[in-house]
Design a protein around this ligand. Structure first.
Ligand code: AR6
Length: 171
């Protein structure tokens, strides 16, 4: 597995579902009832109790986040957020920034010290990875500057190309 550390921030290449962190983030949809991509992988790895639990949540708006137990995952929690479907408009960036910020806020509220993010919106939802990477990293750095309780943030990329984009930006 490729990995590199920049202070509290670590970038990795691999599968988010196997990470041993306090919380992993799911790039979900508004229904929270599962889907493809990282959402599908997380539901498969966490087991069917996750879907049962999500059915009781009543969905999630774009840019917001909700927390559930991790069930069968090593991670104790899953923070589900819904990224924007990329449209090329200014609001995309605002909503994507809110996803990162709201996940980090929920993490603090739940005493989570380590959290891993996939590239929210960068699969089915079509967000260009370079732009999304900048938003993810800048929003997280700004948050960590103000809020000291989170010790470790992982940005995990499935593909080597995406990993390199994060590595270049952080370097
Ligand atoms: N570990 C880490 N990253 C992953 C994994 C994994 N196991 N699997 C995929 N990725 P996507 P979105 C990467 O499409 O664009 C779902 O159907 C993937 O390569 O999962 O926010 C939901 O239900 C990509 O870089 O999420 C929604 O309907 C990134 O995760 C919709 O897709 C995000 O890709 C959300 O679309």
């Amino acid at each position: 597995m490729n990995t590199e550390t920049f202070n509290k921030i670590e970038i990795m290449q691999g599968d988010i579902t196997i990470l041993d962190v306090d919380a992993i983030v799911n790039a979900a949809n508004n229904s929270l009832l599962g889907g493809g991509g990282v959402d599908g992988a997380i539901h498969r790895a966490a087991g069917t109790k996750l879907l049962d639990y999500c059915k009781g949540l009543g969905g999630c708006s774009t840019g917001e986040a909700v927390i559930t137990p991790g069930f069968k995952l090593k991670a104790g929690h899953i923070i589900h957020t819904v990224g924007p479907v990329y449209s090329g408009k200014k609001e995309d960036a605002i909503q994507l920034g809110l996803c990162y910020k709201n996940c980090l806020k929920i993490a603090v509220e739940n005493n989570i010290k380590s959290i891993a993010f996939p590239a929210i919106s960068c699969g089915v939802y079509g967000y260009p990875l370079k732009d999304a990477c900048k938003i993810a990293v800048d929003t997280t750095f700004a948050f960590l500057k103000e809020e000291k309780s989170i010790q470790h943030v992982v940005f995990i990329q499935f593909s080597l190309d995406n990993y390199k984009i994060y590595k270049d930006y952080l370097s």
